[in-house]
Design a protein around this ligand. Structure first.
Ligand code: 5GP
Length: 214
């Protein structure tokens, strides 16, 4: 029987390099599917609907909530963001590990609903580096950068709930580390308890048969 894919949540400070690492992970390795979220925020230059996000209006987003079409959703800096359910379920059934690049409120909801999900938090090595990267991106007004920095401060509060924290000092190393920890997670005890249970039953049967013979 094919093993169902894992649910992997990747969060991190805005500017931690999540987008680049996700792209690298998809390019380098097979077996992953990156979920595309729905959002009510406007596309940034170069973004298009169906690739970075499904850009929808507020009414449309609220209909998706009402129809229970989202695995989780959250409000982040005045906009809705949510994970469409159908893609996640379909890809996991195909045995793909589904990556959700989402913020902390959504991550915690995922952990509640799917206790086996793996939560990874990406961080740059320092606050100064984070600030530099956010300003360097140059796609946003300074006031928006400021709001993101303030939000980052709040986000660090929930980080204890995560299973792993990866420090992004180098994109390639960080991508490889992420891949390795996802691979290793396939062998977590909880994923193989059924095998151990089978072996136990068989051992008891063998022992009983031997006892009956003697
Ligand atoms: P951005 O506007 O920079 O693309 O994303 C803002 C934040 O929303 C990021 O932290 C991103 O990870 C998060 N985000 C993107 N999609 C989702 C989603 O479907 N659900 C939740 N909860 N957060 C999301």
């Amino acid at each position: 029987m094919m093993e169902k894919g894992l649910l992997v949540v990747v969060s991190g400070f805005s500017g931690a390099g999540k987008g680049t690492i996700m792209r690298r992970l998809m390019e380098r390795y097979d077996g992953y599917a990156l979920s595309i979220s729905a959002t009510t925020r406007a596309p940034r230059p170069g973004e298009c609907s169906g690739r970075e996000y499904f850009f929808v209006d507020k009414d449309c987003f609220e209909e998706m909530i009402d129809r229970d079409e989202l695995v989780e959703y959250a409000k982040y800096v005045d906009h809705y963001y949510g994970t469409p359910r159908a893609f996640v379920e379909e890809k996991r059934e195909e045995g793909k590990d589904v990556i959700l690049e989402i913020e902390i409120q959504g991550a915690l909801k995922i952990k509640q609903k799917f206790p086996d999900a793996i939560l990874v938090f990406l961080t740059p090595p320092s606050a100064e580096e984070l600030r530099r990267r956010l300003i360097g991106r140059g796609t946003e007004e300074l006031s928006a950068v400021h709001r993101r920095l303030m939000r980052a401060v709040a986000e660090a509060d929930g980080v204890e709930a995560y299973d792993y924290i990866l420090v992004n000092e180098d994109i390639d190393t960080c991508t490889e580390n992420l891949h390795n920890l996802i691979r290793a997670s396939h062998d977590r005890a909880s994923a193989h308890l059924d095998i151990i249970e089978c072996i136990r039953k068989d051992l008891r049967r063998i022992e009983n048969a031997a006892a009956n013979l003697s």
